[in-house]
Design a protein around this ligand. Structure first.
Ligand code: CP
Ligand code: NVA
Length: 299
């Protein structure tokens, strides 16, 4: 099984992954990948958290991570994605890939005989969404009681995966962003099949009864050419003390990171008492382990 989209996982699959993460936290022994396993980590875009958390998770599970950067592999000289995938899957037990184009990830999966894990494309970030919802669940066990607001770029990869995973697990989602920024219609409709997703262009209207407030960069990787226009469009959606004042006193703040302090979020909020972003970031390694173990247990 591959993990290309958050929609590849059923509620039962997600519960099993969370169960493995809980077992790791509880110190259950014997959780390891098969002896001498290797994992190809193929990165076309920058990454700090996903890259290092997966590499450490792999090492701590007794396997070996092998980095295949686009600049230092034959991909840089035009070898095709399909041929690369075919070779990597004959050497390694998993392929973890962060790619510019989701269609390239699909091509890797079509040419791989081993599980392929999406480590972010322009369309989705499913491993992030698992860490996000696991973090939310650590604060409220019953996800049916939870309403998560995603504020700012409501068309980005992180919100696409988050809304699929969160609604499947029973949480309600609220997307708050400018009218010009249209959520991905296919993913929004899917998420609405699983649960509730409300869309607002006004922070005042959308945020008041939310338990979690999530934001991400206004300029995602690959959108640098439109950076100025995007910063202008999203500026009114910055998470700052004023916005926190509109929300429940108990509301907690999430961010996938990296943060652009003073753009989508202010430092006082990011470093403030309601922020759980560092716990969220720490959980990425835990969920990386749980995902690898889960995929190694199923066909
Ligand atoms: N959140 C996240 O995916 O961070 P990196 O880009 O550093 O991997
Ligand atoms: N939406 C962001 C997520 C970074 C982890 C990006 O794609 O750059």
């Amino acid at each position: 099984m591959h993990l290309l989209s958050s929609d590849d996982l059923s509620k039962d699959n997600i519960n099993r992954i969370f169960g493995i993460a809980d077992a790791i936290v509880a110190g259950k022994e014997g959780l390891a990948l098969k002896e001498h396993a290797t994992v190809a980590l193929m990165f076309q875009k920058p990454s700090t958290r996903t890259r290092v958390s997966f590499a450490s998770a792999i090492a701590q599970l007794g396997a070996t991570p092998i980095f295949v950067d686009s600049q230092t592999s034959q991909l840089s000289r035009g070898e095709t994605i399909a041929d690369t995938a075919r070779m990597l899957s004959s050497y390694c037990d998993f392929i973890v890939a962060r790619l510019n184009k989701h269609s390239d990830l699909m091509e890797i999966a079509q040419n791989s005989t081993v599980p392929v894990i999406n480590a972010l494309t322009e369309l989705e970030h499913p491993t992030q969404a698992l860490a996000d919802v696991y973090t939310v669940r650590s604060h409220e066990k019953n996800l049916k009681n939870v309403k998560i607001a995603f504020v700012g770029d409501i068309a980005t990869n992180t919100v696409n995966s988050l809304m699929l995973t969160a609604t499947k697990m029973g949480a309600r989602m609220v997307l708050i962003g400018p009218r010009e920024c249209k959520p991905n219609a296919r993913i929004l409709n899917k998420a609405k099949e699983y649960g509730t997703v409300e869309v607002y262009d006004s922070l005042e209207d959308g945020i008041d009864d939310c338990d979690f407030i999530y934001t991400d960069t206004f300029v995602s990787m690959g959108e640098e050419a439109e950076a100025e226009a995007r910063r202008r469009m999203f500026a009114p959606y910055q998470i700052n003390a004023n916005v926190i004042g509109m929300a429940k006193k108990s509301a907690l703040v999430l961010h996938c990171l990296p943060a652009h302090r003073g753009e989508e979020i202010t430092s006082d909020v990011l470093d403030g008492p309601q922020s759980i972003v560092w716990e969220q970031a720490r959980n990425k390694m835990l969920l990386a382990k749980a995902i690898l173990l889960y995929l190694s247990q199923i066909d």
